[in-house]
Design a protein around this ligand. Sequence first.
Ligand SMILES: Nc1ncnc2c1ncn2[C@@H]1O[C@H](COP(=O)(O)OP(=O)(O)O)[C@@H](O)[C@H]1O
Ligand SMILES: [Mg+2]
Length: 416
Amino acid sequence: MGKEKKKANKAAKPEPLVFVPGKGSGISLEGATELTVPEGRPHPLADVLRVLEAEIIGQERAIKAIVRALMRAHAGFRDPNRPIAVLFFAGPTGVGKTETVRALAKALHGDLRKMIKIDCSEYAEPHAISRLVGAPPGYIGSDKPPILSKEAVGSEPNRIILFDEIEKAHFRLHNLLLQIMDEGRLTLAMRDKGDDGVVDMTNCIIVLTSNVGATAIEQTIMDNRIGFRRGLEGDVHRADQQIYEAAKRAFQRSFSPEFRNRITEFIVFRPLSRENLSRILQKLLMQSANRFAQMGFGLQVTEAAREWLIEKGVNIQLGVRPLVKTVEKYVETPLAEYYAWGLIEPGDLIICDLGEGGELTFRRLPHEVSIVPEDEAEEQEELAEETEEDDDGGEMVRPEAEVEEERRRKTVAGEE
Ligand SMILES: Nc1ncnc2c1ncn2[C@@H]1O[C@H](COP(=O)(O)OP(=O)(O)O)[C@@H](O)[C@H]1O
Ligand SMILES: [Mg+2]
C-alpha cells in the first residue's frame, strides 16, 4: 500500500516531463499499457451529446468540437483562474448557433433559466453596459441590480453565459469580455458597502456567437461550386476544411490577437443543406402544433403541404429564418385568422393540405381532439414557464419559444 502511494505521488509530480525510458529516469516501460479509446463504450459526455444531437440538425462537427472542448476542461486542462471554457461560435445566420447554446444549457442543467443570455445588439451604446455591471450611486440605473450580479452568476459549475451576436456590441462590451475571459472575473460598477464588487466567473462556460465568417464561407462554397442542393458529394472533408479555414481567417481579421488568444475553441457552424432544412421544417411544424394544441386544437400537415412549404421557404443562404417565416405566414397566420373569425373551435382537428389550385387549404374535423383539462393545462403552463428565458423586460409569463419567435420575426423583418 505504502509503496503504491509513493508511486502515485511520483506520478503526479509534473517533472520530469521529458525523459528517456530506463536511462536513469527510474521508469521502465515494462508493464505499461497503451491507451486507446475503447470502441462500443458509451461516451463520457453521452448525455450532453444526446441532447445536442437530438435538437441540432446538420451541425455534427460543431457539436463534436464543443464536446471535445468540455472534456478537455473537465479533465483539468484549463487555467483555474479563467472561465471553464470560452467557446466562439461563428457562421452564417439561422443555422443553429444560439439554439445550440440553449440545447447545451438544457443538457448541462436541464433548465434554461440557468443560462444568462446577453443579446449584444442591446449593448450598441456605451452607456447600456451599466445594465450588465450596474451603475454607481447617483447615476441612471443605479437602482437596478446588474444582470451579471454575484447572485445571478452564482457558483454552480458549468454556468452558461451567452453573449449573442457579439459583433453588434459596443467596444466597451469587448473590454468587459476581455476581463472575464482573462481573469475569470468581472468588476461591477455598483457594489454594496464592504463588498469588493468582484464577480467570480471561473465556474462559467462563456459562449460568444457571431456571424463572422458568413461571407467568407459563402464565397468558399461558391468557389468550390459545392452543390449543397445535391448534397455534399466529392471531397467532403477537404471542402469542409476550407470552410473552416475561411471562417478562421475572417475571425483573425475581425478580432484582435489579445481577444482571439483567450478563446478556448473556435467553432464553425455550417450552412444547412436542403435536407437539413426539411428536417427542421418538421421540427417547426411540431412547435406550431404544440402551441395550437395548448389552445385545444389539433393540427396535421400532409406530406404534399410540407413539400410546398419547403419549396417556398428553403433558402440556403439565409438558413432557417425564411422557413420560419413561411410557416408563420402560410400556416400560423391563416389558423389565427380562422380562430379570430370563430370558424374553428377547441376540439377541432385542422388538416393542412395542398389544394388543387397549388395553395394550402385548411379543413376542420369537429370534435376530434380531446381537450386538456384545466389543471393539466396549468401544469403545462408551469412547464412552459420553467423554460422561460432570463428576460428582464416582460411582466407577462411567456414560454421561451414564444419569446424566441418574436425575436426571430423581428430579425426576419429586418433582413428584408
Ligand atoms: N441546425 C439547426 N437544427 C435545429 N433547429 C435549428 C437549426 N438552426 C436553426 N434552427 C431553428 O431556427 C431558429 C433560429 O436559429 P438560431 O439558432 O437562432 O440561428 P443562429 O445561427 O442565427 O443563431 C432556432 O430557434 C431553431 O428553432
Ligand atoms: Mg443567433
